[in-house]
Each structure stands twice: as C-alpha cells, then as structure tokens.
Write a protein that binds this ligand. Structure first.
Ligand SMILES: Cc1cc2nc3c(=O)[nH]c(=O)nc-3n(C[C@H](O)[C@H](O)[C@H](O)COP(=O)(O)O)c2cc1C
Length: 318
C-alpha cells in the first residue's frame, strides 16, 4: 500500500506515523527508534532541565539516525521559559518542531523563514484555524480520548479530525485513541494525512518507563483512565490509581493550582515513570491503553501497524 500523504512528503518520512511529545519519556533512544522505523520520532524538550541536555539529546538522535526527527515544545507551563530551548533546536538545525500547550505565535515567529517544519498540536477547530494563520505547516488534532493534556471541550477524535480537515488547508494529523492499523486507516478516512500516538509508544521496549507503568497500560480497560486538573482549566488524562484518586478528591473539595501543585508536579510524574509506584505518583495515558496488549520494539510496532492497515485496505478492495 502506498502510504504517501502530504505529511510524509512534508516531513520526509516513509509512514505517516508520528510519536507525540511524551514528557519525561521521549528521549533520544525512543525518537531515533521511531525515525529509523520510518515514522517521525520526537524528543520532548521541556522534560530536560538545561540547554546542554537538549543539545546532547539532539546530537544523540543525529548519531543514531540519518532520518528526520522532531523536538516537541510544551509551552505555557506556569511561566517556565522556553525560548532558550527553541534556540538550541534552531542552532542544531532540527528538521521538525512541534508546539503545544499555549499560543504558538512566539515560537512560530522565532523559527520563521528557517528550513524547519512546524507542527502545532490543537484540541479545537478554532485553534487549528489560528495555527494555520500563524504559519504552521500542519496541525495535530488531539481528541479527548488522548493521554496527557486535552482540550477543554471534551471533543473526541472522530468529530475533531474531519471538522478540522474541512476547515484548514494544511494537512491534519489525527491524535488521541489511535494504536494500530485500523486506527491509521480510520484517521485517513476522516481526512487526516497522518497519525500521532502517545500512549502506544510508552508500551514499547525502547520507552524509558518503569515496567509497572507498561504493565498498567497492558492491564487497563477502557475505564482505567481519568481526567484530572479539570478544576484548574487544564484537563489531562492519567491512569487511574491511588494517587490520581487523591487528586480527584482534592479537586472536589477545593479549587486552585496551589492546592494541587504538589500532586501534579513533574517530580511526582517522574516518581511513577522511574519507580512505578502508583501510591507515590501518576502516569499520563489515554483511553487507548485499553487497546494495548503487548510491548513490542518500535520497529515491530510500526511494521504491525503498516501490515494491519494493508490488511484493512485489502478487505475494502474485495
Ligand atoms: C505520558 C504522556 C506524556 C505526554 N507529554 C506530552 C508533551 O510533553 N508534549 C506534547 O505535546 N504532548 C504530550 N502528550 C500527548 C501526546 O503527545 C499525544 O498527543 C497523545 O498521547 C495522543 O493520545 P494517545 O495517548 O491516545 O495516543 C503526552 C501524552 C502522554 C501519554
């Protein structure tokens, strides 16, 4: 099957499959594995403390693959500056950047005119239209099924994707709830020209997540994720567990970032990622966890998605 779309053309990749930004999980080894397998791997810049660390990770990806890769910038994190990190991506001639979590204008302006492809993650049609106006090369639309931060509107991937595809002329990448070849074909049918996946990539051999995190994804049913941080206007989907139940209890009692900050910090997120203790931290994940049953290598995963998509196509052709 020919997987060429405007996204594969734009990004110079073989398959229209993108690994989403994954805070404290997407480092050079995962990014390089995805790019080597024919997709677009990404390093998550804002998980790194310093510009030196980011430069090191970028150089490491370059040493592991000669294929295109991206750097993801989750901006708008409680006043945390990001400009100096973007400058490293510019200095290192990173082929692709993705931006999420705030108004992308500043970053888009900063890289304007450079030979760098710009993806903007959005969760509403008006944000997609705005991103196109501001100069994004493509938009990734994330539905409310997805892991991590979501739109406030609770709109699912199946509605958001075709709606955005009808409203913008740049290519659209569907995200949220996609784990396999059926999801890829569904996304293409909805008018997307690529898919982005987050949760699926955590349950791979290359992801630096504690075994308990990966196992929790394998064990999850469709009821095993919940949305936290809704009370502070920043909904985000996590695996259900003792720590996240406490967060939900607090959110029912009081409202305000100050009451939640110690429960939702990057530090407690990393507790879970590194030590796998759901009494001491939490892990972001999407509803798609219910559909994940194995821990393949990234290469095996991407090949299985491609094969399944081809099987779907063959069935349609009968
Ligand atoms: C553990 C985790 C961390 C995430 N961190 C980021 C991030 O730092 N930046 C970003 O743009 N998106 C982040 N996301 C969102 C993903 O890139 C992607 O949009 C989302 O996971 C898609 O839904 P899915 O999990 O159903 O595939 C994160 C998602 C997860 C599951």
């Amino acid at each position: 099957m020919n997987f060429q779309t405007r996204i594969t053309e734009l990004l110079g990749i073989e398959y229209p499959i993108i690994q989403g930004g994954l805070a404290h999980l997407a480092y050079s080894d995962l990014a390089a594995a995805v790019s080597n397998a024919g997709g677009l791997g990404q390093i998550t810049a804002m998980s790194l403390e310093t510009t030196e660390e980011l430069r090191h990770e970028i150089k490491r990806v370059k040493s592991m693959t000669d294929r295109p890769f991206g750097v993801n910038f989750a901006i708008g994190q409680h006043g945390r500056p990001f400009e100096h990190m973007v400058d490293i991506a510019i200095e290192e001639n990173v082929p692709v950047i993705s931006i999420t979590g705030g108004n992308p204008k500043e970053v888009l302006d900063r890289v304007d005119g450079l030979d760098m492809k710009k993806l903007v993650l959005v969760a509403a049609t008006r944000q997609a239209v705005k991103a196109e106006e501001l100069g994004a090369d493509a938009v990734m639309v994330v539905g409310q099924e997805g892991g991590g931060h979501l739109g406030k509107g609770d709109v699912g991937t199946f509605v958001l994707t075709p709606e955005v595809a009808d409203q913008v002329s740049i290519p659209v990448i569907a995200s949220g709830g996609i784990v396999d070849g059926r999801g890829l074909m569904a996304a293409l049918s909805l008018g997307a020209e690529g898919i982005e996946m987050g949760t699926r990539f955590i349950a791979t051999k290359e992801a630096r997540a504690h075994q308990n995190y990966k196992q929790a994804i394998l064990d999850a049913t469709e009821d095993d994720t919940v949305v936290i941080k809704r009370s502070i206007g920043s909904p985000a989907r996590v695996l259900r567990g003792p720590w996240t139940e406490r967060i939900l209890e607090i959110e029912q009692q009081v409202t305000g970032y100050e009451y939640l900050k110690d429960y939702i910090s990057g530090k407690v997120n990393q507790n879970y990622i590194k030590h796998g203790d759901s009494n001491e931290g939490f892990g972001w994940a999407g509803q798609s966890a219910a559909r994940i049953k194995d821990i393949p290598s990234v290469q095996e995963l991407i090949q299985s998605i491609v094969t399944e998509a081809e099987n779907v196509k063959n069935k349609w052709n009968k």
